[in-house]
Every structure is written in structure tokens, then in C-alpha cells.
Design a protein around this ligand. Structure first.
Ligand code: 4AD
Ligand code: MG
Length: 433
């Protein structure tokens, strides 16, 4: 008899198998017990019929507690009434680990309670589905960039640089020096692009943001591709193909998870159609000024969540907003060739109110311009000499971008808060568990 995972049940119909499971819920009468089971790979039902099993087994089935771990032995049957499509008719039960008074009961709990029990909450069905989709997006990311000729080039986490400004830095000590937790791997990816052409990093990044919103994490994972001999327009094409590839991967490989989440697949399919619309920041300001909600916005202001949502709602697909004012963007962006006030950059705004999922730009190449920008940003140019070297020795046009994994997972899963998109969210005032 084979020991299998629930997800493989379809290959064992009418066969006897053994599965290691946890009990999520149960219901029983005098003659039959229905055990809701999970093993991490999927969820399904075990049926224990009193007349077909030993007295001992039926007693175990009636008494087993929520989240006890067990081995069950039984025969797989099709079950057309469930999402999953299969169930197991149990013949034997062996308790592996007892459980008593599991804190997360099938009734409703508040957010703080669930976040305090995140280590257990992760076992529930919605969280399972979200983590499956997150995993698929990670898998598809590696496939996409490898297929496109990129190599993964890891950026350090402990750094002396602050690409995205000094206000949101996590400070730490590096022996007798100051250091920061990485806000972005970008500057290092630029060195990678000059060495290996097309590179990407994928790692944790840190922002000491005091904002408590549905879109902000203190620690989040970012995918940052960087490409040599490439201008912004080509970078936008890679970005939209990458997003469409992620969505297609989830549609192809996460049907069960999408069903659990009740995510509309026809809506997701629209996000695989290319190209995505592009508007300029100037046009975005005009759209907002012409609206009922934001008539007073003026050129030069950054967009908050409500503005991003309004703009995204004007389109069916994600929309690129190009060329923001220089004053509200980081020091490294390429200045516009004919305008002094904007830079060559784009944010990609997700539909359905999820806001910015990608930020990217073409990079400035003039070392003197950059040095001035670094000083203007209040940074110590000594710490950036290595970065300026990239412009001194065979500088080329180059561009790149950063996708926030959790922002993208939140959007694709249709969750309402980013805290669900990462196993252990780091939020303002939360570092437990
Ligand atoms: O727009 P950001 O700050 O851009 C950069 O860091 C660039 N260096 C990227 C690059 O060009 N290589 O961040 C990029 C993305 C955002 O679009 C958003 O998806 C995500 O990272 N992000 C966050 N996600 C969760 N919580 C936060 N606090 C985030 N801040 C940014
Ligand atoms: Mg940004």
C-alpha cells in the first residue's frame, strides 16, 4: 500500500492508500463520521462508516480533536460534490499527535487574534490557497527570467546605500560602521547588468514606513530585473510580458486555489492581453482634475491610494503611468531629454484598486548629473563612488524595475489586505510571531 499526498488522490481511485493528515473539522452521527482532512497539499473529506470499520476506529473518528495529526488508511473515491473531486473511505486511523482546544475554531475571529496566531492560521484553507499562488508566482518568475536570458544575481541585504531615500531606512550597526537593511537591490543590479547583461534579484527588502495601510509591509520581497543596452520602452515591454506570464501561470497551475478563493478567472484572463495601456503623468493629472473626486490635484503631487485606484479604474488592464515629476522620484532616474521637470520612469498600477505593483525607470548615465543628484538627496557621495564607476567604465543605456511580490499576490488572489500575501507579515507594531 502506498503512502500518498492528498493532491495525488486522482491517480489512486478505487485503490487503498495511506495518508498523513490533520483534522480540520468533523461531523458525525451514530452511523457515519465525516472528517475534513488536510495534509498541506490539499483538503478533502474522509468518510468513516461504522458498519465497515472496527469499533475502535469508529470511536477514534468520533473523538479525534481539531488539528490532531493522524495516519488514515482507506480507499479513494470520486466525490463530485466537493471542489476537490475525491474523498477517502477510511478503514483505519492511527493518531500521530494529539491536539486539545485548538484556538482557531470554525467560528469567526478578529484580525488581531488571527495575526497573533498566524503560525496556526496559515493552516486554514484560504491561506493555503494564497500560499499556493504565491509559490506559483515565484516559480513562474524564475522560469520567465531564465527563459529571457537573465541570470539571478543576488544583492546584499546589509548595505551602506539608500536608493529610495533616507526617510524609510532601517539602521543597524556593522561592527564600528553604520549600515542599513536593503531598501532595494537595484544599485547592485546595475553593477550586475554591466557585468552580465541581463540580471535579476529576488530577495527581502525593508522599509521603515510609518504607514499603516492595506498595501504596505515593513519587510517585503522584491523582484528587480536590470538590463544593459536597453531603453525604457523595451523595459515596459518586458514588464507587461512578465505580468501576463505570472497571471497565465496562476490560471494554468492554480485552478484549485483560485476556486477556493472564489477568484473570477475571466477577470484574470483580461490581464494576459497585451499591450497594457500607457498614459503620461501629465495625462493622469488631467484625468484626476476632470474627475468629481480629485478636482484640486495639482501637477507635481504624488498619487496616494485613492488617486491610483481612480486612475486604474479607467482601464480594464494594468496601466503604466509614465514620466513622473523629478522632484518626487529617486536620484538615479534618467532625466527627460527635452524637459527639465520629469524623469524617464513608469509605475504600473494594478486594476481593482490594488495600486502600484511595479516601479521602474531608465537610469541616469551622466556621472556629474548623478553626483549632484546624490548630494541633493542628502546622501554621502563617498558611499556611491562604486556606483559612479559604472558610468566611468563603458556606461550604456540601461533600465530596470522592481515588482513587489506581495502587492502582486494580493492583487492576483483578490485579497483585501497585503498581510495575507506573506507567511509572517512584518507590520507597523507587529513582529510576533
Ligand atoms: O517603487 P519602489 O520603491 O522602487 C524601487 O525600489 C526601485 N529601486 C525598483 C527598481 O527599479 N529596481 O518599489 C518597487 C515596488 C513597488 O512598486 C511595490 O510593488 C513594492 O515594491 N513596494 C512595497 N510592497 C510592500 N510594502 C511596501 N512598503 C512596499 N514598498 C514598495
Ligand atoms: Mg514606487
Amino acid at each position: 500500500m502506498e503512502k500518498i499526498s492528498i493532491i495525488d488522490a486522482k491517480n489512486y481511485v478505487n485503490e487503498k492508500v495511506k495518508i498523513g493528515v490533520w483534522l480540520t473539522n468533523k461531523r458525525s452521527s451514530g452511523k457515519i463520521a465525516f472528517l475534513q482532512l488536510r495534509d498541506g497539499s490539499a483538503f478533502f473529506q474522509g468518510v468513516v462508516v461504522k458498519s465497515n470499520v472496527s469499533e475502535e476506529t469508529f470511536k477514534l473518528a468520533k473523538e479525534v480533536k481539531q488539528e490532531a495529526s493522524l495516519y488514515v488508511v482507506g480507499t479513494i473515491h470520486e466525490d463530485s460534490r466537493s471542489h476537490f473531486g475525491y474523498e477517502i473511505e477510511i478503514e483505519e486511523i492511527e493518531i500521530v499527535g494529539e491536539s486539545e482546544n485548538y484556538p482557531i475554531t470554525p467560528k469567526e475571529h478578529g484580525t488581531d487574534f488571527l495575526m497573533d496566531h498566524r503560525h496556526l492560521w496559515l493552516r486554514s484553507k484560504r491561506q493555503y490557497a494564497i500560499m499556493q499562488i504565491r509559490n506559483e508566482m515565484i516559480r513562474a518568475t524564475y522560469e520567465f527570467f531564465n527563459k529571457e536570458g537573465f541570470i539571478k544575481f543576488d544583492a546584499p541585504i546589509l548595505t551602506g546605500s539608500a536608493p529610495e531615500g533616507t526617510t524609510e531606512l532601517f539602521h543597524t550597526e556593522y561592527f564600528d560602521k553604520d549600515a542599513y537593511l536593503s531598501q532595494s537591490g537595484q544599485l547592485y543590479e546595475e553593477a550586475g547588468a554591466m557585468a552580465y547583461g541581463k540580471v535579476f534579484s529576488f530577495g527581502p527588502t525593508f522599509r521603515a514606513e510609518k504607514s499603516k495601510t492595506r498595501r504596505h509591509l515593513i519587510e517585503f520581497w522584491m523582484i528587480e530585473p536590470e538590463m544593459a543596452f536597453m531603453h525604457q520602452e523595451e523595459s515596459l515591454e518586458i514588464q507587461e510580458r512578465y505580468i501576463a506570464f505570472l497571471v497565465q501561470g496562476v490560471l494554468d497551475n492554480c485552478d484549485y486555489a483560485l476556486t477556493i478563493l472564489e477568484r473570477d478567472k475571466d477577470v484574470l484572463k483580461k490581464y494576459t492581453k497585451l499591450p497594457f495601456p500607457r498614459i503620461s503623468y501629465d495625462e493622469a493629472i488631467k484625468i484626476l482634475q476632470d474627475s468629481k473626486e480629485f478636482p484640486n490635484i495639482t501637477w507635481g503631487e504624488d498619487f496616494g491610494s485613492p488617486e491610483e485606484t481612480y486612475l486604474a479604474n479607467q482601464f480594464e488592464q494594468p496601466v503604466f503611468v509614465l514620466n513622473y515629476p523629478k522632484a518626487i522620484k529617486p536620484f538615479y532616474m534618467k532625466p527627460h531629454p527635452t524637459r527639465d521637470d520629469v524623469v524617464i520612469c513608469a509605475d504600473l498600477l494594478a486594476p481593482e484598486g490594488y495600486g502600484e505593483i511595479i516601479g521602474g525607470s531608465e537610469r541616469a548615465v551622466d556621472p556629474e548629473y548623478l553626483e549632484k543628484q546624490i548630494q541633493k538627496a542628502g546622501l554621502d557621495s563617498k558611499e556611491y563612488q562604486w556606483y559612479l564607476d559604472l558610468r566611468r567604465y563603458g556606461s550604456v543605456p540601461h533600465a530596470g524595475f522592481g515588482l513587489g511580490l506581495e502587492r502582486a499576490v494580493t492583487w492576483i488572489t483578490g485579497e483585501s489586505h497585503i498581510r495575507e500575501a506573506i507567511p509572517f507579515p512584518r507590520l507597523l507594531n507587529r513582529i510576533y510571531p
